[in-house]
Design a protein. Structure first.
Length: 331
């Protein structure tokens, strides 16, 4: 009997150690006057449970492997008891850089004028090929987008299975009356995020994430930062290729929004020819921020590099033991 109890306890403990995929900070706030604040606390608790305590894949993630980020909703109107209009839903994804204390932003985006329903106490339901409501489908879409970008940064084309799930969610949501799901609305919504990453014409975008992160940032703490920067430059050349296929793609814009400042800091210490190449690429892709990229020519003043050279407690000394490496996940 004692052995059975010990086995049962071990299984429960193991399910905690190897469990859900996400460690997402969830925030729901409101500027609506005269409404019960408890409804927003309830919504935040329900979303936190939906996001962080649900299994989204068939894989078990260790605590140090959990994907980190934040999802924030600011409600500005409540037309009825169950209907809400958000000023925005803000989405951010972060990734640890191997063998360093540095964390890189992978996604920093907002969806504005967002309508959804929420019934206090009602379960939040989601199925990949079924549209229940705008809230759960939107949250699930971004969670699989998180999974896709994270996996893409660890292995070649690693995000493809999750990008396909994003596409399935978009397809199921075509019957929704809410904006954000249709091709004809604009080219900056969830439909086009899914389209970009599932379109063979933009296949090079998958290479961007892998070269920039695993072959680039993850090697910046090594003795050969030249090779690491070369891999990041290769990623930016792939980004340029994607942008030349079609300008103003949401996949390119979101990458640049997340990485522009980081790119400037990385290449401030590069050789002159390398600097000029990066400036040319980034100014072509993102001409509105030309002045920012011109800063790469400035004198060396790179605090970012110091973080790459600082190993945090618990870091490993070789890539085979990289605690964040999910390249061995097979689909």
């Amino acid at each position: 009997m004692k052995n059975i109890f010990l086995i049962f306890t071990f299984l429960i403990f193991s399910s905690v150690l190897f469990s859900q995929e996400f460690k997402i900070q969830v925030s729901v706030s409101s500027t609506v006057q005269g409404t019960d604040r408890k409804i927003y606390e309830s919504m935040q608790t329900a979303l936190n449970d939906f996001i962080n305590n649900r299994k989204w894949t068939n894989f078990n993630y260790k605590t140090e492997e959990k994907i980190e980020g934040s999802i924030s909703i600011l409600v500005k109107d409540r037309p009825s008891q169950e209907d809400f209009k958000a000023d925005y839903i803000s989405i951010q994804l972060r990734r640890p850089v191997y063998n360093s204390s540095y964390t890189t932003t992978m996604l920093n985006s907002q969806e504005t004028d967002y309508f959804f329903k929420y019934v206090e106490g009602a379960p939040l339901e989601f199925e990949e090929n079924t549209y229940y409501d705008n809230l759960t489908s939107t949250i699930a879409f971004y969670l699989y987008y998180f999974l896709a970008l994270d996996a893409a940064s660890f292995s070649p084309n690693g995000g493809a299975p999750y990008f396909r799930i994003c596409q399935n969610i978009v397809t199921a949501a075509q019957k929704s009356a809410q904006k954000g799901w249709k091709s004809f609305e604009n080219q900056k919504n969830k439909y086009w995020i899914s389209e970009n990453y599932n379109n063979p014409a933009y296949r090079s975008m998958h290479d961007v994430w892998y070269n920039y992160h695993l072959l680039g940032l993850d090697r910046m703490a090594s003795d050969n930062q030249v090779e690491a920067r070369n891999s990041i430059l290769t990623a930016l050349e792939a980004l340029q290729k994607t942008n030349r296929e079609k300008t103003q793609l949401i996949c390119v814009q979101q990458f640049v929004d997340a990485k522009a400042d980081e790119i400037v800091q990385i290449f401030k210490e590069a050789p002159s020819l390398e600097k000029e190449r990066v400036i040319t690429i980034m100014c072509e892709i993102n001409p509105a921020n030309t002045n920012k990229y011109e800063q790469i020519r400035a004198a060396q003043n790179n605090q970012l590099n110091n973080q790459f050279n600082t190993r945090s407690e618990g870091d490993y000394n070789n890539t085979t033991n990289n605690p964040y490496n999910r390249s061995d996940i097979k689909f």
